[in-house]
Design a protein around this ligand. Structure first.
Ligand SMILES: Nc1ncnc2c1ncn2[C@@H]1O[C@H](COP(=O)(O)OP(=O)(O)OP(=O)(O)O)[C@@H](O)[C@H]1O
Length: 231
């Protein structure tokens, strides 16, 4: 579904990605792990089209998208949950949920499906974006992208800073998303969380792929990875 070849990204003169090769198959859940500054967020931003200064190839279902505008990439099936969650503070929960453009009606979640999956959003449907807790914001951000019907979700640290009970709910939703056949590429520093949702993992180091592990190998090497990541 997603094929990345020799991807390089720059901030001015400084090179942040040094020739990334990566692929994500249809229906797979794949994580990007790595120390701070390894290039995970830059890679996601490059895939969604928010980063300029890029060389190399990114294809989505066989279509080269490196020169394609971000909104057109969304129409091709990419959905992005950014790390600041991108909630409209002046709108309430339901308005935030009804705003996104549905790009793929067959896989788009209805409001009712969202409320069934995230009861807290149903309870808070009239609450302004500004009053939501971190966990509620993360759920809303995820729910909004599910409303579009995106076929490949790009998530930047969905579990970051959340209470264990919320992390568990996010995990359950991701497992449901996966069961429905949606493909997911996520940045995830929580190794335990990553191992409960993903099929494969790319470990990035200094803008390159250090290693690519299936989930069995990843679990076997969990202690080593935790030490490497400084956790
Ligand atoms: N706006 C920027 N201007 C210049 N350099 C940047 C900018 N954003 C990131 N970088 C550099 O690009 C490299 C990759 O950063 P990136 O944020 O993608 O890493 P990351 O793995 O997502 O780290 P973190 O977990 O801390 O978010 C780092 O060397 C970082 O210093």
């Amino acid at each position: 579904m997603l094929e990345i070849r020799n991807l390089q990204a720059f901030y001015g003169e400084a090179q942040a990605l040094h020739g990334i090769d990566l692929s994500v198959g249809e229906g797979e859940v794949v994580t990007l792990v790595g120390r701070n500054g390894a290039g995970k967020t830059t890679l996601l931003r490059t895939i969604i089209g928010l980063h300029r200064g890029v060389k190399g190839s990114i294809t989505l279902n066989g279509t080269e998208i490196t020169g394609v505008a971000t909104h057109k990439r969304a129409r091709l099936g990419l959905g992005w949950v950014q790390d600041d969650r991108g909630i409209y503070a002046s709108l309430n929960v339901e308005e935030n949920l009804t705003l996104p453009m549905v790009t793929h009606p067959d896989s788009a979640w209805s409001l009712q499906e969202v409320y069934d999956a995230f009861p807290v959003l149903a309870d808070r449907r009239r609450a302004p974006g500004t009053t939501l807790s971190g966990g509620e914001q993360q759920m809303l951000a995820l729910a909004r992208v599910l409303r579009t019907g995106a076929r490949l979700l790009l998530l930047d640290e969905p579990s970051e800073g959340l209470a264990p009970v919320i992390v568990q709910q996010i995990r359950d939703i991701l497992l449901r998303v996966k069961e429905a056949g949606t493909t997911v590429l996520l940045v995830e520093q929580n190794v335990k969380f990553a191992s409960t949702v993903a099929d494969r993992h790319y470990v990035l180091a200094e803008g390159s792929v250090a290693t690519n592990l299936d989930n069995t190998e990843f679990k076997e090497r969990q202690d080593e990875l935790l030490t490497y990541l400084g956790m």
